[in-house]
Ligand binder design. Structure first.
Ligand SMILES: Cc1ncc(COP(=O)(O)O)c(C=O)c1O
Length: 390
């Protein structure tokens, strides 16, 4: 075994990456992308209507085995609209992990609802279900069909569990808690296309699931998102609301509420469809990259690579180094060394509850999320590190 040092870690990772600069996650656009995108241009059908949007929605629906899929402009707005159709209103509270991307939390704020921060778990980086159940039992009470926060008097209306870095959170337990406390569930599966819990695709456990197809995700549409649900009524509402709430009519423009222009353009959907054709290949490559990193790290003391939780088949979207508890002081040294060598790596997000807009929001004890932040580093994870020159 070798001693833990920034140089040893970076050299080990370098031996997998090879020479040159490396980004954290880059798209791989080497399939039918140009053909499909050119086709939308040739047909003059590049905007929010067209065959490619339908085809892309159908393909995601089939892959995730959900009943309905609605393509939208990005993952953040997907979460916002989902919360809205589930009845989240101004001054409601929504439970959300403090350890997530800021978009998850902003989506709650756009409604005027209050993000209420919950802790994470070392098992899967997601919701800490044991802590959450105890916390709600102590701090909330069910009155009628509603969960009331005893200290604020507000309704705790929903929970947004996040599948961090593509790893399934303990979603079955989250659903159990949500039933007990009458919470709607929007799964933030932005990072988790291609990830399964007990062979069921993430995003299909809650009322609604949301994906992101930002440029750094496992597949990309440039920018984009998708909302999936098994409930026809919700799907209809989502489609209506994201299409400016326009009523069907051949020439009149009649809108029956304040809707949003959130539908995905066809040109983006064409890119997404081509990318989706490669998803299984990408998933294999990401798993292979995980094993390669495992191999080079196993001889270094005091550091490990995060492995998918039990019962999960993760897409391994972002690979994560974990420092042993006594070694957190190495985090910044390792980050510095990576950046010196032009290898982009990053810590997990700072807790959102520490950021300026959210400092005064309610939160439970967040000691595990804090510990994860102190001891985790994401390293280059692109599928193109494995799928070369294809
Ligand atoms: C966990 C998480 N939630 C939400 C989002 C928001 O998605 P988008 O960037 O498509 O708005 C992202 C990605 O960027 C994310 O990683």
């Amino acid at each position: 075994m070798r001693a833990l040092s920034a140089k040893n870690v970076v050299n080990a990772i370098r031996s997998v990456l090879g020479k040159g600069a490396h980004q954290l996650h880059e798209p791989l656009l080497k399939g039918k992308e140009i053909i499909f995108v050119s086709d939308t241009i040739k047909r003059n059908f590049v905007s929010t209507a067209g065959e490619y949007v339908n085809r892309f929605e159908k393909a995601v629906k089939k892959f995730s085995k959900s009943n309905h899929a609605i393509a939208v402009v990005n993952g953040t707005q997907a979460i916002f609209v989902s919360l809205k159709v589930l009845g989240v209103r101004k001054d409601d509270e929504v439970l959300v992990p403090a350890l997530t991307f800021v978009g998850t939390v902003n989506a709650i704020s756009y409604i005027g609802a209050h993000p209420h921060f919950i802790d994470s778990s070392w098992e899967n980086f997601g919701v800490n279900c044991d802590k959450l159940e105890k916390y709600l039992s102590k701090n909330a009470q069910i009155i009628g069909n509603r969960c009331i926060n005893k200290s604020t008097g507000n309704v705790i209306k929903a929970i947004v569990p996040v599948h961090i870095f593509g790893h399934p959170c303990d979603i079955e337990k989250v659903i159990k808690i949500s039933k007990k406390f009458k919470l709607a569930v929007v799964e933030d599966a932005a990072e988790a296309l291609g990830s399964f819990h007990k062979k069921k695709h993430l995003g299909t456990f809650g009322d609604i699931g949301c994906f992101s197809f930002n440029g750094n995700k496992i597949i990309t549409t440039g920018g984009g998102g998708m909302i999936i649900t098994n409930q026809a009524k919700l799907a209809k509402k989502i489609k209506h609301l994201t299409t400016t709430a326009k009523l069907k009519h051949k020439w009149e423009y009649i809108h029956d509420e304040v809707g949003y222009n959130f539908r995905m353009p066809s040109i983006n959907a064409a890119l997404g469809l081509a990318q989706l054709l490669k998803l299984r290949t990408f998933l294999k490559a990401k798993r292979k990259l995980f094993y390669k990193y495992m191999k080079v790290l196993k001889d270094i003391n005091g550091i490990s690579l995060f492995k998918e939780p039990k019962n999960a088949k993760s897409n391994y979207w972002l690979q994560t180094l974990i420092l042993d508890k006594k070694n957190s002081k190495f985090k910044n040294k390792i980050l510095k060394e990576f950046h010196k060598k032009k290898v982009f790596s990053r810590p997990t997000w700072q807790l959102i509850s520490d950021l300026k807009p959210y400092r005064n929001n309610q939160k439970m004890d967040l000691s595990i999320a804090r510990d994860i932040y102190k001891r985790s580093i994401n390293i280059p994870s692109s599928q193109k590190l494995i799928i070369k020159n294809k």
